[in-house]
Design a protein around this ligand. Structure first.
Ligand code: PEP
Ligand code: MN
Length: 336
């Protein structure tokens, strides 16, 4: 059960509510986000909720039957969207393409891609500076200096920036340069990192763990929300299965189900989802029909020379084709 508290509730009134609920046998957890105060009640207690609703300081009360609470659509039936400023919003009816290289390499590369994005009406640029790589000898990113350069190029052009954070100790140094923190598939259940990202006001995009269930992804989002940050985006990026014909199994089912179960925006990552350049366009378009609120695409001026993930990276021509087709599809106004 979720209790929304009144905006300017006094500590004493809140304490009285909590005390009353504990006496009724509930386990009570406090959640204070950048937008609201909530109490999460656990425990199977038979109780007349009208009594709770009439307590001083209670704004609203909701039954949630799901294992997760605050990210569930059972209490928030409308859709959440994230406002990044400068009229750039993600979710609800605001469709976005996020695009850029897998890894930030050097300034010329970043400028070339950023200019392409601006020219094509794309408002959010991706690029990794801390890269989780399977082999320790592979390119692991340019770190904070790369991020500063990346941020400068984006700010000069009014682009928003999304990049991966790998551990909580990196957050403070990254904070001034990042618009959206990406949590990678390998960190999907790093609960310390999720908790730490909940303690600031920057948007967080959670990629689904490569072996996470839909419920585990939603519980990861619940960590961020319950630790104080409501600005969460979910991302389907493919899961591990027995199939070897492609890199991951891109789970379009998950997109439809996430949109139904949660009020959070859902972004699809067909680049990692299928992992093969020539199929990325088809899977991107399929993910839009599945209900995605946006797509994140890897692109590079010369994918064959990219320092990471070149095999799934689009060149400028391919990206332009995808943008044109995406625009046609989103103009249909499909809404799920
Ligand atoms: C990436 O976006 O480049 C990346 C490493 O993603 P994932 O964590 O989904 O593999
Ligand atoms: Mn990548």
């Amino acid at each position: 059960m979720i209790i929304q508290l009144k905006q300017h509730i006094s500590p004493e009134t809140q304490h009285n509510i909590e005390h009353y609920l504990q006496q009724q046998g509930y386990q009570v957890s406090r959640v204070k986000t950048q937008f609201q105060h909530y109490l999460i009640l656990l425990g199977k207690v038979k109780h007349d909720i009208r009594k709770i609703g009439s307590l001083d300081g209670v704004a609203d009360i909701h039954y949630v039957d799901d294992a997760y609470q605050l990210v569930s659509r059972m209490w928030k039936t409308s859709r959440s969207y994230i406002d990044l400023g400068n009229d750039i919003k993600i979710g609800e009816n605001h469709f976005n393409i996020m695009a850029g290289p897998c890894s930030i390499e050097h300034e010329e590369q970043v400028i070339e891609i950023a200019d392409f994005l601006v020219k094509n009406g794309i408002k959010i640029m991706r690029g990794g500076v801390f890269k989780p790589r399977t082999s320790p000898y592979a390119y692991r990113g340019g770190g904070i200096d790369s991020l500063k350069m990346f941020s400068r190029v984006c700010k000069d052009r009014g682009l928003k920036l999304i990049t991966e954070v790998m551990e909580s100790s990196q957050i403070d140094a990254m904070l001034p340069y990042v618009d959206i923190f990406q949590v990678g598939t390998r960190n999907a259940q790093n609960y310390n990192l999720l908790d730490a990202l909940g303690k600031n006001d920057k948007a967080v995009m959670l990629k689904r763990g490569m072996s996470s269930t839909i419920e585990e992804l939603l519980q990861a989002a619940e960590y961020v929300f319950s630790s104080g940050n409501e600005k969460i985006i979910l991302c389907e990026r493919g899961i591990r299965t027995f199939e070897k014909a492609y890199r991951n199994t891109f789970d379009l089912n998950a997109i439809a189900i996430l949109k139904d179960k949660s009020h959070l925006p859902v972004i699809a990552d067909p680049s990692h989802g299928i992992g093969i350049r020539k199929y990325v366009e088809q899977m991107a378009l399929a993910s839009i029909i599945s209900g995605a609120d946006g797509i994140i695409i890897e692109m590079h001026p010369i994918p064959e020379k990219a320092l990471s993930d070149g095999q799934q990276t689009l060149n400028f021509f391919e990206m332009e084709q995808l943008i044109n087709k995406t625009n046609k599809l989103t103009a249909l106004g499909l809404s799920f």
